[in-house]
Design a protein around this ligand. Structure first.
Ligand code: GAR
Length: 206
């Protein structure tokens, strides 16, 4: 059985869609089982449903001061859907160390810069302001520190003289859609023991 992947989003979900499209291929070694958004108005939820993927909002606004309570709901939804891997795809809410620990080694993130350069927000504007000539994107395993963790894949793009934030961001995004499905594929291929480790994930919730 293919490992089931839960995708966490907050907005338009174009990286989520790239993962769904890749996983629709019979040869792809993972299945997108569930999409969760922390925003009820995320466009990506509708896109996921159009692809026939279960999608639900677990709004973080209902849990403003209870980050852990929000994550319990997310965790239970992921486990309920049989997910053993989580892909953060434009998920814009910080995760607690406890949640990160629960999914350690099983949670991937895509970030719009060549980490360790430009962690955090506004990466394209900051790249332009810094005058770098090469920019890009990174897929990495999630660890407790924001936008850190072992790098699984990167793609570089040139920064051209007339670039605006939008133009540069679009150039990077095109590469994100290529490397995220590729990084997930290589990650799974390098870890043949996924199915038998589901029990380890289920126990913290039991
Ligand atoms: C993507 O560029 C992704 O790399 C970025 O948010 C965008 C989401 O777009 N993620 C981060 O900045 C996380 N630190 P999408 O919803 O169309 O995939």
């Amino acid at each position: 059985m293919k490992p089931r992947v839960g995708v966490l989003i907050s907005g338009r979900g174009s990286n989520m869609q790239a993962l769904i499209r890749a996983a629709a291929n019979a040869d792809y070694p993972a299945e997108v089982a569930l999409v969760i958004s922390n925003r009820a108005d995320a466009v990506g939820l509708d896109i996921a449903r159009q692809h026939g993927i279960a999608a639900r909002a677990i709004p973080s606004r209902n849990f403003r001061t209870d980050r852990a309570g929000h994550e319990v709901q997310i965790h239970e939804a992921l486990i309920g859907a049989g997910c053993t891997i989580v892909c953060l795809a434009g998920y814009m809410r910080l995760l607690t160390p406890e949640f990160v620990t629960l999914w350690a080694g099983r949670m991937l993130n895509i970030h719009p810069s060549l980490l360790p350069a430009f962690p955090g927000l506004d990466t394209h504007a900051r790249a332009l302001a810094a005058g770098v000539k090469i920019h890009g994107c990174t897929v990495h395993l999630v660890t407790a520190a924001m936008d850190e963790g072992p790098i699984l894949a990167q793609a570089a793009v040139p920064v051209l003289p007339d670039d605006t934030e939008t133009v540069l961001g679009d150039r990077v995004l095109t590469q994100e859609h290529i490397i995220y499905p590729m990084a997930l594929l290589h990650y799974i291929d390098s870890k043949p023991t996924h199915p038998e480790s589901v029990a380890a994930l289920l126990s913290p919730c039991a």
